[in-house]
Ligand binder design. Structure first.
Ligand SMILES: Nc1ncnc2c1ncn2[C@@H]1O[C@H](COP(=O)(O)OP(=O)(O)OP(=O)(O)O)[C@@H](O)[C@H]1O
Ligand SMILES: [Mg+2]
Length: 345
């Protein structure tokens, strides 16, 4: 008899591309059994549905257990310090807290909260994460998935999946990896097409998330303006990585600086709250593939910036091309974080 393989597909539906990562329980362990990415010709619904459908078919993914994510201004994440109370009391209390932060009526949204497993939030308080999402955002997302033939099991949030990817990868690295990274404060920066997700992790626990509405499309627009190119041509120039006269760099530097300034504001806020700034920055997402990006961030932040390949230490099924996986890895971090829910199931 074949042992049944339990798989989960993490499906990251972005503004520029759809990414899928399949993790499966094989024997007593978990391994990567599939991955894929497809560019979106446009971000209209039909384009998204067709792209998901194609990706699922071409990748041979099982669409019956899909974890996907939402993002945007109608997705609110807050880290709160609350007096200690039972889970049930917390669920009641959080409703009053949530009202202060969410830009929609309580009856229009779905709330979730969880105590964080870390040291107390100061003064004996508990650290609690609050997530609120406008119902229509979840409903739209579920409808797209269903029309593409997928059965959504969990709807997560991009920035949280980014942190979960790291926690999942760490679980394969042992308690103390060489750099002692568990004791560090590390920042994850995923640069997409339309937005950048930030997640700051301290002692293995996510402490801060934010979305910043700058991404790869802004780099393309800057190149298009500076070089007088149509957006499609600017996109090609950007992706080619060729920049003989440094014109592309000159075009994108101000936008990278703007993004860097926003992230610095978040680092300052974090330092104010937690007494430390991130020691290291992990980069991911298609936008961070821009030729001068990593170096520019190192110049701005004056600390190590490394490209995060989430598959580096993971067991991988034999039929997966290792080079393709290594090349695609940094673009798949959120999809991997979504699929990592398999560990908790
Ligand atoms: N080789 C490359 N060099 C530079 N930029 C690239 C390269 N490949 C892709 N990109 C850029 O990456 C961006 C898309 O990244 P990604 O697929 O991570 O975004 P997304 O998840 O779809 O978007 P979002 O998270 O904002 O909804 C696009 O702006 C694209 O131009
Ligand atoms: Mg994205």
């Amino acid at each position: 008899m074949f042992s049944p393989k339990k798989s989960i597909v993490g499906l990251d539906i972005g503004s520029s591309s759809v990414k899928a990562v399949e993790l499966s329980r094989v024997g007593k362990g978990i391994e990567v059994t599939g991955f894929g990415q497809i560019d979106l010709p446009s971000d209209d619904r039909d384009g998204q549905i067709n792209a998901i459908n194609t990706l699922i078919k071409e990748g041979g993914f099982n669409p019956k257990r899909v974890v996907s994510s939402v993002s945007g201004k109608m997705v609110i994440i807050r880290y709160l310090s609350m007096v200690p109370m039972s889970e049930e009391e917390l669920r009641n209390a959080i409703i009053f807290e949530a009202e202060k932060y969410i830009p929609f009526g309580l009856d229009e949204g779905t709330l979730d909260c969880q105590k964080l497993e870390d040291e107390s939030g100061g003064g004996g308080n508990d650290n609690v994460i609050l997530v609120a999402v406008k119902n229509s955002v979840i409903e739209d997302h579920v409808e797209i998935l269903q029309k593409a033939g997928c059965t959504p099991e969990i709807i997560d949030v991009d920035a949280i999946a980014l942190g979960n990817a790291y926690e999942f990868v760490q679980s394969f690295c042992g308690e103390d990896d060489e750099d002692g990274e568990k004791a560090e404060v590390v920042a994850f920066v995923d640069v997409g097409g339309s937005k950048t997700c930030l997640n700051i992790i301290q002692n293995g626990t996510s402490k801060f998330t934010r979305e910043i509405y700058f991404g790869g499309q802004d780099f393309t627009e800057a190149i298009s303006r500076r070089l007088g190119l149509e957006p499609e041509d600017a996109e090609q120039v950007k992706r080619s990585g060729r920049d003989d006269e440094g014109q592309v760099q000159d075009a994108v530097f101000p936008t990278i600086d703007d993004l860097g300034n926003e992230i610095q504001l978040s680092f300052d806020y974090f330092e104010n709250q937690h007494g430390r700034s991130p020691d290291k920055i992990f980069l991911s997402g298609g936008g961070a593939r821009l030729a001068c990006f990593r170096e520019s961030f190192e110049r701005i932040f004056e600390r190590p910036c490394v490209v995060f390949n989430p598959f580096e230490n993971l067991p991988v099924s034999d039929d997966i091309d290792a080079d393709l996986l290594a090349n695609g890895g940094p673009g798949m971090v959120i999809a991997m974080g979504l699929a990592s829910r398999i560990q908790k199931n």
